[in-house]
Design a protein around this ligand. Structure first.
Ligand SMILES: [Zn+2]
Length: 238
């Protein structure tokens, strides 16, 4: 059994055809999560039988896996398209373009000179949109004087984060999002200027500025999976 430095031990098993990673740790509460690639992770106290928890959570788990699977299938069926700010485009590598990108809005086609040029184009478009939305939303929330530095990254597990001095990291994947979901992430991060946690007080601030935030949170997952399964997006985030 491989041991990591924090004295947790991991093992793997297959339950009803589903790969399950089991982490044994000094924890009080059992934890189970289903990942977007349809694998399951269990965190349990040492000496506890993982089968008990798997049996108990079986229906919930299979339901979640089925949802993720159909989500992946939907995303994969659009894998030859590029999704940019909620709109779908065809992609065309264009030898006539020496540099950069050009969007033909009539045919909804993005012509690009190289993958690197396309990456630069997406990053710049995202920077502009973030700046514009932060400017608007932070003043509506009364926090515009507290916004720190803004950086775009390729985080593997989160859309965005806010540091204790209110510097913000935003994920390049945000360039897939339609405005309503995009704005939810901005509202969420700006709310962390006031509350550095996810307490009821924090969610009350979010709800005040984004009333449909629960729906937004649900849909974000679909866009995340899209990025991970789409050939153009994979080139941008790898
Ligand atoms: Zn948060």
């Amino acid at each position: 059994m491989p041991r990591s430095r924090d004295d947790s031990a991991t093992e793997e098993m297959v339950y009803e055809g589903i790969p399950v990673k089991i982490v044994r740790k000094n924890v009080k509460n059992l934890r189970i999560s289903v990942h977007s690639d349809c694998t399951v992770r269990l965190t349990i106290p040492k000496g506890c039988d993982p089968l008990d928890l798997l049996e108990k959570k079986r229906d919930w788990m299979l339901d979640k896996i089925e949802n993720n699977r159909s989500l992946r299938e939907r995303c994969e069926s659009r894998s030859d398209r590029m999704l940019l700010f909620g709109k779908e485009f065809a992609m065309q590598l264009d030898a006539d373009l020496k540099k950069g990108c050009h969007i033909d809005t009539e045919t909804m086609t993005i012509h690009y000179a190289s993958v690197a040029d396309f990456g630069k184009f997406v990053k710049k478009a995202l920077e502009e949109r973030i700046e514009q939305r932060i400017c608007m939303i932070s003043s509506a929330m009364g926090v515009s004087d507290h916004v720190g530095n803004i950086t775009i990254r390729k985080q593997r597990s989160r859309w965005a984060s806010c540091s204790h001095v209110n510097n913000f990291n935003f994920n390049i994947r945000m360039a897939t999002l339609p405005l309503k979901f995009f704005d939810y992430i901005i509202v969420h991060e700006l709310a962390h200027i006031r509350e550095k946690n996810h307490s009821p007080r924090f969610w009350a601030i979010v709800a005040k500025h984004c009333s449909n935030y629960l729906i937004c949170r649900k849909h974000l997952k679909e866009y995340w999976i899209f990025c991970n399964t789409n050939v153009y997006w994979k080139a941008l985030i790898e």
